[in-house]
Design a binder for this molecule. Structure first.
Ligand SMILES: Cc1cc2nc3c(=O)[nH]c(=O)nc-3n(C[C@H](O)[C@H](O)[C@H](O)COP(=O)(O)OP(=O)(O)OC[C@H]3O[C@@H](n4cnc5c(N)ncnc54)[C@H](O)[C@@H]3O)c2cc1C
Length: 378
C-alpha cells in the first residue's frame, strides 16, 4: 500500500469535504437535537453519486475503491456522524448483493440502492442475539415459491426508511450458524412492521428501529447466497462494514482535534491562550498522533480489501483502534473546552455522544478483540 492518495481519491475527498462543510454541517446540530433523519443530505449524496461508492459502475455505482469510500465517510463524520452512519449502512447493504448475489439480484437491487431509489439496511441483531449473532431466532420457512419469515430484529439502522433490507434468519433450526440464511427483503413486495423507534444518546439523526416480521412472504429467488450460508454472508458484510464505521470514528476523532485546536488557541485564561499550557499541548499531541494512526489503519484495511486480499483482522484492528481513539479523545476535547464543552449545542458535546456508538455497533470492541486474538492465535 502506498501512503499517497491517488488523484481520483483526492478528488472524491475534496468533493465530499466541500459537500460536508457547506451542506451537512449547517444541519448537523438540528439533526442531532431533533433526531431528524438527514433527508436533505441524503438526497444530495445521491445527486453527487456518493450512495454506492464502491459498487461497480455497471450496476449504477461509483465504481471507486474502499479507500475512497473511507475518505468520504470520514469527511461526512467530521461534521455529522448521523449522516455518515446512514450512508455507511446504506452502502453496507450493497456489499453482500455484490459478493453473493445472483446476476438477476445484482441487476435488480444494486442500481436501486446505488442510485438511491431505495435506502438500504442490514438486519442481524435480535433481543437474544447481539454479539452472539449466531443465536438469532427469526425463522424463514420455504412454502411453495416463498420463504415465510417470522421474528423480530432490534436496533436496525435505517429501519423505518429502508426499501431494501438484508435479513438473516434461521432456515435450519438446530444447525447452529450453518442453519442461518440471508434474504433480500424488499419492503414494498414483502411488507413487515416497523416497531419501537429508539431514542438514542448519539447518532440521533440515524433512525434505529425494531423490525417485526409476521408471516412476511419473501420470493424464494431473494435468498442471498446458498441456503445455510447466511452467517458467512453476514460476517463478510461486517468485515467491509467495519471499514466504514472505523472511518466514521476517524472523522469524529479528527473533529475533536480540530475543535480542541481552535478552542485552545481562542480561549484565554491567566492572561494567555490555554494552548500555551503544556497540559493542553500534550492532550492535543496525543490526539493528533492517534488520529494519524487510526486513519492509517483504516486505509490499510481498505487497501487490502481493494486488492482482494484477506482483511478481516485489519478491519477489526482499524475499527477497534479508531473507535477507542474517538471515544478517548472526545472526552479530552470536552475537557479542553471546559464548561462550554459540556453544554448542549457545543460541538464537542455531540462528538462525545456520537463517539460512544463506534465502540458498540458492527461488533463491540470486545468482539473486535475476539476477532483479532482468534486470528492471531490460530
Ligand atoms: C445505534 C445502533 C445501531 C445499530 N444498527 C444495527 C444494524 O443496522 N443492524 C444490526 O443488525 N444491528 C445493529 N445494531 C446492533 C449492534 O450491532 C449490537 O448492539 C452490538 O453488536 C452488541 O450487541 P448487544 O447490544 O446485544 O450487546 P451484548 O452482545 O449483549 O453485549 C453486552 C456487553 O457484553 C460484551 N460481551 C458480549 N459477549 C462477550 C464475550 N464473549 N466476551 C467479552 N465480552 C462480551 C459486549 O462487548 C458488550 O460490552 C445497532 C445498535 C445500535 C445501538
Amino acid at each position: 500500500m502506498g501512503f499517497e492518495l491517488t488523484e481520483e481519491q483526492r478528488l472524491i475527498q475534496s468533493m465530499a469535504r466541500e459537500f460536508a462543510i457547506n451542506e451537512v454541517a449547517p444541519l448537523a446540530e438540528r439533526i442531532d437535537r431533533d433526531g431528524e433523519f438527514p433527508t436533505v443530505a441524503r438526497n444530495r449524496l445521491a445527486e453527487l453519486e456518493l450512495t454506492g461508492i464502491p459498487t461497480p459502475a455497471e450496476y449504477g455505482g461509483g465504481g471507486a475503491d474502499y479507500v475512497s469510500y473511507a475518505l468520504v465517510i470520514e469527511e461526512i463524520a467530521k461534521v455529522c456522524a448521523s449522516t455518515a452512519v446512514v450512508l455507511a449502512v446504506h452502502t453496507l447493504a450493497q456489499a453482500p448483493i455484490l459478493k453473493f448475489g445472483t446476476p438477476e439480484q445484482k441487476a435488480k437491487f444494486l442500481p436501486m440502492l446505488a442510485g438511491y431509489k431505495a435506502l438500504g439496511g442490514f438486519a442481524l441483531t435480535e433481543a437474544g442475539a447481539g454479539s452472539d449473532a449466531g443465536a438469532l431466532a427469526t425463522t424463514a420457512v420455504l412454502e411453495g415459491d416463498h420463504y415465510v419469515i417470522n421474528g423480530t430484529k432490534t436496533f436496525i439502522t435505517n429501519g423505518d426508511g429502508a426499501g431494501v433490507m438484508i435479513v438473516m434468519a434461521k432456515t435450519g433450526p438446530g444447525e447452529g450458524t450453518k442453519g442461518i440464511s440471508a434474504f433480500i427483503v424488499e419492503k414494498n413486495e414483502s411488507p413487515y412492521t416497523v416497531g419501537k423507534h429508539e431514542d438514542k444518546m448519539g447518532v440521533r439523526g440515524s433512525h434505529t428501529t425494531e423490525l417485526i416480521f409476521k408471516n412476511c412472504k419473501v420470493p424464494k429467488e431473494n435468498l442471498l447466497g446458498k441456503i445455510g450460508q447466511g452467517f458467512k454472508v453476514a460476517m463478510a458484510t461486517l468485515d467491509g462494514g467495519r471499514i466504514g464505521i472505523a472511518a466514521q470514528a476517524v472523522g469524529i476523532a479528527q473533529a475533536c482535534l480540530d475543535e480542541s485546536v481552535r478552542y485552545s488557541k481562542e480561549r484565554k485564561q491567566f492572561g494567555r491562550p490555554i494552548a500555551a499550557n503544556q497540559a493542553i499541548q500534550w492532550m492535543i499531541a496525543d490526539m493528533a498522533k492517534d488520529v494519524l494512526a487510526a486513519r492509517l489503519l483504516v486505509h490499510n484495511a481498505a487497501a487490502l480489501c481493494d486488492s482482494g486480499q484477506p482483511f478481516s483482522l485489519e478491519a477489526a484492528a482499524a475499527k477497534l483502534f479508531a473507535a477507542e481513539t474517538a471515544m478517548k479523545h472526545s472526552i479530552k476535547a470536552v475537557q479542553i473546552n471546559g464548561g462550554y464543552g459540556y453544554i448542549r449545542g457545543a460541538k464537542v458535546e455531540r462528538l462525545m455522544r456520537d463517539a460512544k456508538i463506534t465502540e458498540i455497533y458492527e461488533g463491540t470492541s470486545e468482539v473486535q478483540r475476539m476477532v483479532i486474538s482468534g486470528m492471531t492465535l490460530r
